[in-house]
Design a binder for this molecule. Structure first.
Ligand code: COA
Length: 159
């Protein structure tokens, strides 16, 4: 278990359990126009090799991260911070918790909406770089996704 001090606040980062999922769903619904269903979270938490982390501040869930493990790379599938807790280091602490578990040099990929400047800025802080576009990836709005990779030792890391 990783305990992270962020500014004046104390964050607890630990793996999600099934019992955490109602609180996760509440944050999810406040965070996305097309939220994941409960069964999607259950499937990910059930995977033996997945990494599903929550962040708690003063006992309340304030964010979570869902990462699946595939042969070629980890896939960061979901990340959200409760709107009331944003810009206070929760997203960063969750990614720190992920990298502490999978190794700082692990290959990680993700998709992000082209309009999602806050998330893109966060990922870029961690060395994720855009490697392509998936056209009309998001079926709700038809928006394109940027495909990002974080792979140490690749040209953009050694420049
Ligand atoms: C993206 C998200 C998870 C960031 O979480 P957060 O807890 O607010 O992030 P942090 O406080 O750890 O911020 C870390 C960095 O992210 C970037 N960032 C976060 N919010 C930002 C914003 N509104 N504008 C610009 N950059 C932002 C900054 O680089 C920031 O570092 P800084 O504060 O030193 O400038 C959050 O905005 C969110 O839940 N958005 C809705 C869900 C979503 O889009 N998830 C990502 C799906 S791919």
């Amino acid at each position: 278990m990783i305990r992270t001090m962020v500014g004046r606040d104390d964050l607890l980062i630990r793996p999600l359990t099934y019992g955490d999922l109602p609180a996760v769903i509440a944050v999810e619904r406040r965070s996305f126009p097309t939220p994941w269903s409960l069964s999607m979270f259950v499937l990910e938490v059930a995977k033996a090799d997945g990494i599903c982390l929550g962040a708690w501040r003063e006992g309340d869930l304030c964010g979570y991260l869902i990462c699946a493990c595939y042969p070629e790379a980890y896939h960061l599938m979901n990340l959200a911070t409760d709107p009331a807790q944003r810009r206070s280091g929760v997203g960063r602490s969750l990614i720190d918790g992920l990298l502490a578990r999978i190794g700082a040099d692990a290959n990680v990929t993700l998709e992000v909406r082209v309009s999602n400047a806050p998330a893109i800025a966060l990922y870029e802080q961690y060395g994720f770089r855009s490697v392509g576009i998936r056209r009309r990836y998001y079926v709700d709005t038809g928006e394109d996704a940027i495909i990002m990779w974080r792979a140490l030792g690749t040209p953009w890391e050694v420049e």
